[in-house]
Design a protein around this ligand. Structure first.
Ligand SMILES: [Ca+2]
Length: 440
């Protein structure tokens, strides 16, 4: 029985390598983590470890492909609120600061705050509350946080379903905020002594900067409210007014900014966004990606921000993975997306929610891929293959790699109580007969 348990353990911890191929896009999509509950935001340490939040209040990690149990939890409030954004300090290697945005209940009201923690051996201790009493509610809690190229922390806040707050400069609801990493207010903020960077937002939940440092933000429009979607994408300039609730969609008004893109009557419910700046998918370089919830697709936009226009835009993976909550370029150069099918508004599939990784279709990363692409092989020991000015050395096969897919499936299914122990034993017998594993 011991061997059965240890073999099952190995397989249940392995990330699933099923990749869906999209030849038209030149990419394939792999599952990095699954059976999650509403993953909301993702961040990487400089050495490539992943931290991600789950809205119910848990912080988890992915290290060498292994997804951890929650390493930290907070009591959260709100309906669409919860543990939302995460950011790691630009100097994380030195200070191990982690920033979290979360919703909490305070007597009869719901509020949000941004807290700085210090991480030590994967354990978090609270260091400082950077900003508190961000008006909250069951809906419109904003929640995305990200460090800008200027080293300041940017925070998106919702109007807490109280539209008038978005125009009120004495309230931090319905705004983009900008603070120093210790919570103090930068001296060059547009409104002296205030964390407010821009006003007139309804529920912004995605932000990123292009390679020239221009800030582009996604915002949920009033779907259902005015009978139209009118989700927005805005080019943010300090101190400007983005119009909510006075103007929507393509409407204009003196002193207010009309979005660079509005979705008209097509509801996207745009969430996280990212300018792709990785080196692995060159055809997507510099494009702006938006994870859409109700839209259930990844939107790709080519901007000409110099001239405040959209050159082209396209829906990717339409309906393929359900609702999408966040998108981010990893330090490995791949594009990651987070699904949100367990948030009560989706149709969860087996294995939802997931973190997915988009990788090039014909990538050469190892000896096998190099040979498969028709490159010359040097008959040394071990053998070598050369492509794109790189040499790939053949890895001598380990016993684990010889295990056929059908046997792997039996192990996975046995772990899910889908096959009998007899089938499992037959699979193990096969491995022993083939001398893939040895019993001592
Ligand atoms: Ca607006």
């Amino acid at each position: 029985m011991k061997i059965i348990l240890s073999v099952i353990l190995v397989f249940s911890c392995m990330p699933f390598a099923f990749a869906q191929e999209y030849p038209d896009l030149g990419v394939k999509v792999e599952t990095v983590a699954e059976n999650l509950k509403i993953p909301w935001s993702i961040a990487w340490t400089p050495d490539g470890m992943i931290f991600f939040t789950e809205r119910d209040g848990n912080l988890r990690t992915i290290q060498n492909g292994i997804v951890s149990e929650p390493i930290f939890s907070v009591d959260v409030g709100g309906v669409e609120g919860g543990l939302l954004g995460i950011a790691l300090d630009p100097n994380y290697s030195e200070n191990h600061y982690i920033y979290l945005y979360y919703t909490y209940n305070d007597f009869l009201s719901t509020k949000n705050k941004v807290v700085r923690y210090v991480e030590s051996n994967l354990s978090l201790s609270e260091d400082k509350i950077l900003i508190d009493e961000i008006p909250g509610g069951p809906f419109h809690d904003g929640g995305r946080i990200k460090f800008g190229p200027d080293g300041k922390l940017y925070i998106t806040t919702g109007d807490a379903a109280n539209a008038d707050l978005a125009q009120d400069k004495s309230s931090i609801a319905g705004k983009i905020l900008r603070i120093n990493s210790d919570g103090t207010i930068p001296e060059d903020n547009p409104f002296s002594g205030s964390p407010i960077y821009s006003i007139g937002h309804r529920n912004p939940q995605g932000l990123d900067w292009d390679s020239s440092g221009r800030l582009v933000v996604t915002e949920h429009g009033p779907s259902g409210f005015y009978g139209v979607a009118q989700d927005e994408i805005n080019l943010i300039e300090p101190g400007l007014n983005y119009g909510w609730p006075d103007i929507i969609g393509s409407q204009t008004r003196e002193g207010m900014v009309t979005p660079i893109l509005n979705t008209g009557d097509d509801p996207w419910a745009p969430s996280g966004s990212d300018f792709y700046d990785g080196d692995k998918i060159p055809q997507w370089s510099g494009k702006y990606f938006v994870a859409t919830l109700r839209g259930a697709h990844l939107h790709m936009i080519d901007f000409d921000l110099e001239n405040n226009k959209v050159v082209s835009n396209q829906k990717l993976f339409d309906g393929e993975f359900g609702r999408l909550r966040d998108v981010a370029t990893g330090p490995d150069g791949y594009l990651y997306i987070l699904t949100s099918n367990k948030d009560g508004r989706g149709y969860p599939q087996v294995n939802d929610d997931r973190i997915l990784r988009i990788v090039p279709l014909n990538e050469i990363n190892n000896f096998e891929q190099c040979v498969a692409a028709g490159n010359p092989v040097m008959e040394s020991y071990p053998r070598q293959c050369r492509a794109n000015d790189q040499t790939f050395v053949e890895q001598i096969e380990t016993s684990e790699q010889k295990i056929p897919d059908w046997v792997r499936n039996i192990f996975i299914w046995y772990g899910e109580n889908k096959v009998s122990e007899e089938e499992l034993l037959n699979a193990i017998k096969f491995l022993v007969q083939q001398e893939i594993i040895k019993l001592d």
